[in-house]
Design a protein. Structure first.
Lengths: 257, 290
């Protein structure tokens, strides 16, 4: 399988803070990967590097067939239309309805005027497809409900539907289940895996819940303080690795106390 | 003793400083409590007449020279109220689109990401210029703009409308740009991440996201525009303020009160209407988790 994402010695700093440091890995097309690690370990920064919202200070990133450092703004935008991203706070427009939010999934490739028309007068074909997608994610009756009126779990489904309507080559999700209860979180993660298998898109999800990541993902990439400390199958993740990932060192204990 | 150097100590010093500043200002302006009392019998009489007229507003003109075929005073007042409304509405119709453009230029939520150094420098200068422009036009009061425009264009309704629209564009634009930058980051980031362009992000993501607050604030400014357009009557533009000014000049206090009561009724009605709209907007975004 050719690669979907390839990082070579990527470093990204915020001022003096190194959010991601000398990270290298490859994700194959169609692969399902969970990014794990404590908060502040660099998962969000990594996702924003993968969808080209941030450029690295050092190192090279290749996404599908594009080297990001040689892309101009237009090429980056075209590339992003093939990468669905579900940010941590979902990034929906609460004043718009579900169908309006989902239809914006293709806004990147359709352009401004078409998007405005889509918001006001969605085509029949789009409405039918979105209805099918909402049916698949379990909220088909919420097609014309304003997103602000949906529950947290339902809003999550709208965000997933927006990603699906994009027909992405890869889906990046940043802590997609951080705001729902455990049972719902499990359903959502399971659904993302199923959808990736059904549609064949590459899936990369950051999760702070290790148990969920182990249950549903064949590959885990563990991060700690911006560096990769584990990369392998869930059953290879030993106690030593978990300590390396999550245990507080003496100095962090001191800082916490 | 140590507490005095802490934040309570600081608050106490600021409080004392404000009182001292007030006393110094009052002295510099020659204010005394006795200034509240009318200085002589003539002033007493006029003050008394003015407030007595509040209980006895005019239903007929006090001015005997008004021809019989003229509109009755209450009808003239109601017409004045509608002129005032028309003025405020016209000024807001100019100010809101202008403010949207200025608010767009003076906000940063729609900027492309990642943004190259040169593009960033360019966007930043556009941002600063539009912010500066908004500060300049709103730092001059509408009455002063009106004086400028009236002397340039003569007493025309258009001059008054522009004079009102200018500072209102500045205030609206500043608040619009702040609403846009504070509220819409999440949605705009998400749309940019899936390939939406900057203007597109603004139109389909940021604007709908910020719309309830933009509408609510515009409505509040419309109420302000009403009061201001009434005041523009004092420099000769035909709103209810002009009628108040003319009656007041002739000491027809009962007429003044007729007009004032109509102004109060107009403001109360518009306030109630605005409150109802704000309530609706609030419930339409209520319970929003994002």
């Amino acid at each position: 399988m050719p690669s979907a994402f390839r990082l070579d010695n990527v470093t990204r700093r915020y001022g003096s803070l190194r959010a991601v440091e000398e990270v290298s890995f490859e994700i194959k097309r169609g692969e399902q990967v969970a990014l794990i690690g404590p908060s502040g370990s660099g998962k969000t920064t990594l996702i924003r590097l993968l969808n080209a919202m941030l450029s690295p200070d050092e190192g090279a990133i290749r996404v599908f067939d594009s080297d990001l450092d040689t892309c101009d703004a237009g090429e980056l935008r075209r590339l992003r239309t093939t990468l669905a991203t579900i940010p941590q706070h979902l990034g929906l427009v609460p004043t718009l309805t579900s169908i309006q939010n989902v239809i914006l999934g293709q806004g990147g490739s359709r352009g401004t005027l078409r998007s405005l028309r889509d918001l006001l007068f969605p085509s029949r074909a789009d409405a039918l497809e979105i209805h099918t997608i909402l049916d698949r994610v379990g909220i088909e009756e919420k097609l014309y409900t304003r997103v602000a009126r949906l529950s947290g779990g339902q809003q999550q489904r709208v965000a997933i539907a927006r990603a699906l309507f994009q027909h992405p080559a890869a889906l990046l999700a940043d802590e997609p289940v951080s705001s729902v209860d455990p049972a719902r979180a499990r359903d959502t993660v399971k659904l993302l895996g199923e959808l990736s298998a059904e549609h064949g898109f590459t899936l990369c999800v950051s999760l702070h819940d290790l148990a969920l990541a182990r249950e549903f993902f064949p590959r885990l990439i563990g991060m700690r303080k911006g560096r990769i400390v584990f990369d392998g199958a869930p059953d290879e993740l030993g106690e030593e690795d978990q300590r390396a990932l999550y245990d507080l060192s003496d100095e962090e204990m001191m800082a916490d106390a | 003793m140590k507490a005095d150097t802490g934040k309570y100590g600081l608050k106490r010093w600021v409080g004392a400083g404000l009182i001292v500043a007030f006393v110094l200002c009052a002295r510099a302006l020659g204010l005394t409590p006795g200034g509240l009392i009318p200085p002589d019998a003539g002033h007493w009489e006029r003050t008394g007449a003015f407030f007595a007229a509040a209980l006895d507003p005019a239903f007929d003109y006090e001015d005997e020279n008004v021809p019989d075929e003229a509109d009755p005073i209450w009808w003239k007042g109601i017409k004045g109220v509608f002129l005032t409304l028309k003025f405020a509405f016209g000024a807001m119709s100019l100010a809101v689109p202008t403010a949207l453009v200025l608010g767009f230029l003076g906000s940063s939520a729609w900027w492309p990401e990642p943004c190259g150094r040169r593009a960033r420098a360019l966007l930043r200068s556009v941002y600063l210029v539009s912010r500066l422009f908004m500060s300049v036009i709103r730092s001059i009061h509408e009455l002063i703009w009106a004086l400028l425009f009236l002397s340039a264009m003569g007493v025309s309704p258009l001059a008054g409308m522009i004079a009102l629209a200018l500072p209102f564009s500045g205030t609206l634009g500043k608040v619009f740009s702040e609403i846009i930058d504070e509220e819409a980051r999440d949605a705009s980031q998400a749309l940019k991440a899936i390939g939406h362009g900057p203007v597109q992000t603004f139109l389909v993501g940021i604007l709908p996201r910020a719309m309830p607050n933009l509408v609510s604030y515009s409505f509040y400014r419309f109420e302000c525009a009403l009061r201001s357009s009434a005041v523009l009557g004092f420099v000769g533009i035909e709103t209810i303020g002009l009628y108040i000014e003319l009656s007041h000049e002739e000491f027809y206090y009962r007429e003044v009160w007729t007009y004032l009561y109509l102004v109060i009724a107009m403001i109360v009605v518009v306030d109630l209407w605005g409150a109802a709209i704000r309530r609706r907007l609030h419930t339409s975004t209520g319970g929003c988790a994002i």
